[in-house]
Write a protein that binds this ligand. Structure first.
Ligand code: ADP
Ligand code: MG
Length: 331
């Protein structure tokens, strides 16, 4: 810790971080030395991803600490899922204004819940005093050469998404507008605060998907990244987009398709598959335990065209969430 009481920091590491997650056999040395030592299996590629969540930008400062602990890991695991990686190790850099036992305990419980689910070991980190901010780096394994990328989509491939879109955006809108007294709010909040990273789907899609990405900034923005990386365009049929009854009802009322395609925080996977492999998706759906929906097709012509049922083109009035777009954050 750069500032503050060394003994307290030592206690934090001992009392919370060192025993927080299950031990893995491939970790030769975990928390407690200057670096962790990991034995990476032969024939595997290492996938690395890091994400930072800053109070006031990515989350409400008053967020329940367990939700924060969960979400900061979930968003990272979602990135690994998009690569087809199996999560294995994680490091945690925590910047906190002061050491608050109860807050730390809450944070660790949310973090551990998800880490345990995916057999992830916390192998190191850093603890510093300052404005609340959390950085998590996850590492995962992929059989050599099988990592899914954004760049492999070709014209004629089908486009799919896992799960449903728009729940997190609807939940956020209800909270911001004070319309969160609804019966299904708990369910909706779970989609915003406790997204389930689609790890099993990503792994099952190795060798099947021609490209993949996780949807964090909305379908339009993230599918756009696939199209740009792959040098192609696409057509998406809005009526085919999977959504919960809550989102469908909100859409019916407002006509606001942006909530579904540009809301962000979905943490579903968007991926492309050559049509000759279409038959394999039913099995993958079963393996992954999540619905997979075909939403469109990759085209040679650049750009993304979202079509209404009557064939008319949807005109976006805003893209996905982009930091620095207007110099301010989301909240
Ligand atoms: P150093 O000064 O050598 O960087 P530190 O005193 O920062 O070491 O950390 C001591 C040990 O505790 C290291 O193994 C480090 O990885 C671990 N550690 C510190 N903070 C965290 C944290 N927030 N989560 C997990 N491990 C941590
Ligand atoms: Mg050191």
């Amino acid at each position: 810790m750069s500032k503050g009481n060394n003994i307290t920091e030592f206690d934090l590491i001992n009392d919370y971080f060192s025993g927080m997650t299950r031990r893995r056999r491939d970790v030769l040395l975990g928390i407690g030395d200057d670096a962790a030592l990991i034995r990476v299996p032969k024939g595997m590629d290492l996938a690395l991803s890091v994400d930072t969540l800053v109070a006031g930008v990515h989350f409400f400062p008053e967020i329940p600490p367990a939700d924060l602990g969960y979400k900061v890991l979930a968003v990272n695991l979602s990135d690994l899922a998009a690569m087809g990686a199996e999560p294995a190790w994680v490091t945690l850099a925590l910047t906190i204004p002061q050491i608050d036992d109860q807050w730390i305990a809450g944070f660790c419980s949310g973090f551990t819940e998800l880490a345990t689910r995916f057999d992830l070991q916390l192998v190191g980190g850093d603890t510093t005093a300052g404005p609340l901010s959390v950085t998590v780096q996850v590492q995962g394994l992929i059989p050599a050469g099988e990592g899914l990328r954004r760049s492999g989509a070709v014209a004629g491939d089908d486009i799919y998404v896992t799960g449903g879109l728009g729940d997190a955006a609807l939940a956020l809108r209800c909270k911001q507008q004070g319309t969160d007294q609804r019966e299904d709010m708990e369910q909706l909040s779970m989609r915003l605060d406790r997204p389930v990273p689609r790890v099993e789907a990503g792994i099952a899609l190795r060798g099947i998907a021609s490209s993949a990405i996780d949807i964090s900034d909305g379908l339009v923005a993230d599918l756009g990244h696939i199209l740009k990386s792959s040098g192609v365009g696409a057509r998406v049929t809005l009526d085919n987009l999977p959504m919960s009854p809550a989102v469908a009802a909100a859409l019916e009322e407002s006509g606001d398709w942006a909530m579904v395609v540009a809301g962000g925080d979905d943490y579903e996977l968007c991926f492309t598959v050559p049509p000759e492999r279409r038959d394999q998706l039913a099995e993958i759906e079963k393996q992954a335990g999540v619905a997979i929906t075909r939403i469109g097709v990759v085209e040679a012509r650049a750009g993304l065209r979202c079509l209404h049922g009557d064939g008319s083109l949807w005109q976006p009035d805003r893209g996905g969430f982009e930091h620095f777009a207007n110099g301010s954050g989301q909240y």
